[in-house]
Design a protein around this ligand. Sequence first.
Ligand code: OGA
Ligand code: NI
Length: 180
Amino acid sequence: MEVRKLGLRLQEEISRSLGLDKDCLKNILGEQGQHMAMNYYPACPQPELTYGLPAHTDPNSLTILLQDLQVAGLQVLKDGKWLAIKPHPNAFVVNIGDQIQALSNGRYKSVWHRALVNADKPRLSIASFLCPCDTASISAPKARTGGGERSIYRDFAYAEYYNKFWSGNLEPERLELYKN
Ligand code: OGA
Ligand code: NI
């Protein structure tokens, strides 16, 4: 419940930072679902041959991740390079998901990330995903795209996006498919 509150507060601030009313993004995202994943990555004798999780962006709106303080493994893609994200005591990692990238008309970028495995220690992470309501119509607010700014993505229903994600069709750059 507290992580959910934090995510919604962050969405309010993201909304404000885009020059929108604080509730604007939350209103578009509708009654958001919350999924929690307990990721357990067993120790792997040949970690260079695999990934705990291959490179991906999160398909939802916002993800709040609690990392294992003892074992690192998360990496993010920045300027074409993979950077290790050191676990920080008393801190969460917050990922912008694909839907905030779409709603911000590309101002916020959904982050490419992956998880490595470790040769001798298992690793644990707990991710909490805020997910738009299935019927949410993902459409960048007019205040963002008005005044001459072109809308980068066509409007789509979140359910359509999500179903594609789980159809096993894990092609990279999913949001690319929705470009105008
Ligand atoms: C995820 C994820 C990273 C990690 O669950 O989507 O990216 O560090 N997890 O486990
Ligand atoms: Ni992820």
